[in-house]
Ligand binder design. Structure first.
Ligand code: GLU
Length: 302
């Protein structure tokens, strides 16, 4: 079977060196296996998307020396696929009328990465109660999540196991404003695009069990996952889209040499190619096993 990887930038903020490193590693993983590589623009969160940023991001990835097979895929043009997935999920999906404040007030349980666990308030509404509430408020749609651990072997971090019901509860697939949730769009797209391997930042590792659940319910083959430890600033802080000093556009405008950036990012990932190299030059030296398990810290600027 052909191996197929992808990079999935969100045009909601400029790409920074951490994103560039994820892109580079996911590209290297695919290319080192002779696989294909897809580019997917995750632009469904319309209120947060910045027009023109997608093109800029793609241009910056090309500038770094990355390429992809076929035209980039835009999530904003694929909402029919997410609608269809919702239809296929059928009764596993239910409308939820709770406001954020109501959920926060009822939360006594663990906080997942997207706020408090949803306690399932609307899961048991009768048909009449739903009809009544629908008159006042547009609902979000949530997935009924079965209890129990969902386990997978991360190709970098090793064995992982999460109880999604205990951590997150029934999670949102479509928001009340009609926007499809990241979890649904990603599972649908990775399945539909034939993605066999997903390498992304370790901040998304807790999303993977939710996506596994969706893949199973939708009958998709499961990709393999590898979550790369994050890149921290020289001060040890998490890189943020708001901090523009390490954004690719700032570095590029300041005259940075992309081959030097690639060499720096490669070094953080266990590959030494001297002071400058292209991504293509390090395909042979790439191995997931060389990527350090701890967060990587950028060296002080020269
Ligand atoms: N669009 C997500 C991001 O930029 C990445 C999603 C993924 O790789 O699954 O953080």
């Amino acid at each position: 079977m052909e191996q197929r990887g992808r990079f999935a930038p969100s045009p909601t903020g400029e790409l920074h060196l951490g994103n560039a490193r994820t892109a580079l590693l996911s590209w290297l993983w695919s290319r080192s296996l002779g696989g294909s590589y897809a580019m997917r623009v995750e632009d469904i969160d319309r209120p947060r998307v910045r027009p023109l940023l997608a093109e800029q991001q793609l241009e910056e990835l090309r500038w770094l020396g990355l390429d992809w097979d076929g035209a980039p895929v835009f999530q904003s043009r694929r909402t029919h696929l997410y609608e269809e997935a919702l239809r296929r999920l059928g009764d596993q999906v239910y409308p939820c009328f709770c406001s954020r404040a109501e959920i926060a007030a009822s939360a006594s349980a663990p906080h997942g990465d997207e706020g408090p666990r949803y306690p399932g308030t609307c899961a048991r509404l009768s048909r009449e109660q739903r009809a009544e509430r629908q008159k006042v408020r547009a609902p979000a749609l949530r997935l009924r999540v079965p209890p129990g651990e969902i386990a997978f072997t991360d190709q970098i971090l090793g064995p992982q196991s999460f109880d999604v019901q205990a951590m997150t509860g029934d999670f949102v697939l479509r928001r009340a404003d009609g926007i499809f949730a990241y979890q649904l769009a990603v599972a649908v797209d990775d399945g539909e695009m034939g993605i066999t391997q997903v390498l992304r930042g370790a901040d998304l590792v807790t999303s993977t069990p939710r996506q596994i659940l969706l893949h199973r319910l939708l009958g998709n083959a499961l990709p393999r996952w590898a979550h790369a430890p994050l890149v921290l600033s020289a001060k040890g802080e998490r890189l943020s889209k708001r901090d523009r000093s390490l954004s690719l556009s700032t570095l590029r405008a300041g005259g940075a040499d992309p081959r030097q950036l690639v060499a720096d990012l490669a070094r953080l990932s266990g590959i030494d190619c001297g002071i400058a190299c292209s991504p293509a030059q390090i395909i042979g030296g790439f191995s997931l096993a060389r990527i350090p398990r701890a967060a990587a810290r950028l060296g002080d600027p020269p």
